[in-house]
Design a protein around this ligand. Structure first.
Ligand SMILES: Cc1ncc(COP(=O)(O)O)c(C=O)c1O
Length: 451
């Protein structure tokens, strides 16, 4: 008998309903096989590029940024998005956002250089972060980039550079503030409530060595309530008005940072991410309404800058993976081991990524723990997920992986895989080649230095 025609046997299973059961509002466990990415069959992608494989959708990225821009520009007259490089700094990704009009938001000399190589002009680069070197700052000053001051040491360094280069650096002050939610990020910038931010603004204006252009905040990440942005925008707008009234300087822009939630589901969240995360419209409404409430003259309304990262890219990528083996735990739970681990999917520490089989399957589901291939106990992609029987060689699609993975991944035990992109026309291009052993050993060296 032709074995490919043989009907697959699945052993009968009595299944206690103990998690992920569908309820009136509870998570839905209904799965459909995902056979293609934007029309390109998963099987063809794996055949060409191997597994695991990151696949990005150009269509989705453009849709996301266009939707976000529409939400803000229909409510507020002057808006710029600045692509957050750390979220994903593959050139092929950054270029899409730049083509859609986004500036660049960078936090290191490396990211800064990448933005320049991608053709972003210096005066469209926002330089954030707590660790800018003297050389980074010199470059940014000379190129007319916007430098967001994080601390007093940086301010004094910039003051010296202003003298040395005889150029007044274009600066903004990073402000941290209480937005009435649990996340209070006071590690970066100067505090609003205790007056630190005001003190540094007074110094900057009186020192007369800088062009004070803006105020910046980034209130946290995956912020599930738009109200937090309303609180932040109100405080930032009032601060800007005070600078105008008391120090005589017009604040040209308010940069509200990133932090909008993506459609992923945070671990321990009862409802799925798509049900709980606010829309771009809700964030835009909260921010624009708060700015309008402040006593700006219409002609002085600041430009609104947004450094949105994950909400623009997370759902524009998936990770295709392959089943390596199945086994039973001592308690009887099925363990399925796949070829994509936490070394390339950092976000599985924070999210319960949705996982779909990439071939037709039977109706019998079972609670499974999905492990990666690393010889490490922490290598868990999903602690608990209901899946049909998957055999060795079957493929899975792990959804919403576009943000932070391809920048935070690490080469550990296995090599990093291909990253490809499906264009709007359905063509596939390589964004990053897979690593080979040469990629790694070429960096090793045995030279000796006399110091
Ligand atoms: C200063 C700054 N801006 C923007 C972002 C992007 O944030 P998100 O991806 O949550 O939108 C980050 C991320 O940490 C950040 O630190």
């Amino acid at each position: 008998m032709d074995s490919s025609k043989k009907i697959r046997y699945e052993r009968p299973l009595i299944k206690p309903i103990n998690a992920m059961m569908p309820g009136k509002t509870g998570k839905d466990t209904y799965l459909v096989p995902v056979l293609d990415v934007d029309g390109v069959p998963v099987s063809a992608l794996v055949e060409k590029y191997g597994s695991p494989l990151f696949v990005f959708s150009e269509r989705k990225q453009r849709e996301n940024i266009q939707r976000a821009k529409r939400s803000f520009t229909t409510r507020y007259p002057k808006v710029h998005f600045a692509w957050s490089y750390k979220t994903n700094y593959l050139d092929g990704i950054c270029k899409i956002f730049h083509e859609e009009g986004s500036w660049a938001e960078v936090v290191s000399g490396f990211e800064y250089d990448k933005a320049i190589r991608n053709g972003v002009s210096g005066n469209h680069i926002i330089f954030n972060g707590p660790a800018k070197t003297k050389d980074d700052l010199k470059k940014a000053i000379t190129n007319g980039s916007f430098i967001h001051i994080d601390n007093m040491d940086e301010l004094y360094l910039l003051s010296d550079l202003s003298d040395e280069l005889s150029i007044k650096p274009k600066v903004a002050v990073r402000v941290n503030l209480d937005t009435e939610i649990n996340q209070i990020w006071d590690r970066f910038g100067f505090n609003y409530e205790n007056g630190q931010a005001w003190d540094v603004l007074c110094k900057i204006v009186r020192m007369d060595k800088f062009e004070l252009k803006g105020l910046h905040c980034h209130i946290g990440t995956f912020i599930l309530t738009a109200h937090a942005y309303a609180v932040a925008a109100e405080k930032m707008a009032n601060l800007a008005c005070n600078v105008k009234q008391k120090l005589g300087v017009n604040i040209e822009y308010l940069d509200m940072g990133g932090g909008f939630a993506s459609k992923n589901t945070l671990k321990a969240s009862y409802l799925g991410g798509a049900d709980v995360c606010p829309s771009f419209d809700e964030y835009a409404e909260a921010i624009s309404t708060a700015i309008y409430k402040a006593p700006f003259k219409t002609s002085d309304l600041p430009v609104l800058i947004l450094e949105t990262g994950r909400a623009l890219i997370d759902d524009a990528a998936c990770l295709i993976s392959t089943v390596l083996s199945n086994k039973r735990s001592s308690s009887g739970r099925r363990f399925t081991i796949i070829d994509a681990g936490v070394n390339m999917l950092f976000t599985s520490f924070w999210y319960d990524h949705k996982v779909s089989p990439a071939q037709p399957f039977s109706k019998y589901y079972e609670d499974v723990t999905l492990y990666g291939p690393l010889c490490m106990n922490i290598d868990v992609i999903r602690e608990f997920v209901s899946l049909p029987l998957l055999n060795r060689g079957d493929h899975l699609v792990i959804h919403n992986v576009g943000a932070y993975n391809v920048s935070q991944w690490m080469q550990f035990i296995t090599l990093r895989p291909y990253v490809v992109q499906v264009s709007r026309e359905g063509k596939v291009s390589v964004l990053r080649k897979r690593e080979t052993i040469e990629t790694i050993v070429n960096q090793e060296s045995s030279t000796t230095d006399n110091l």
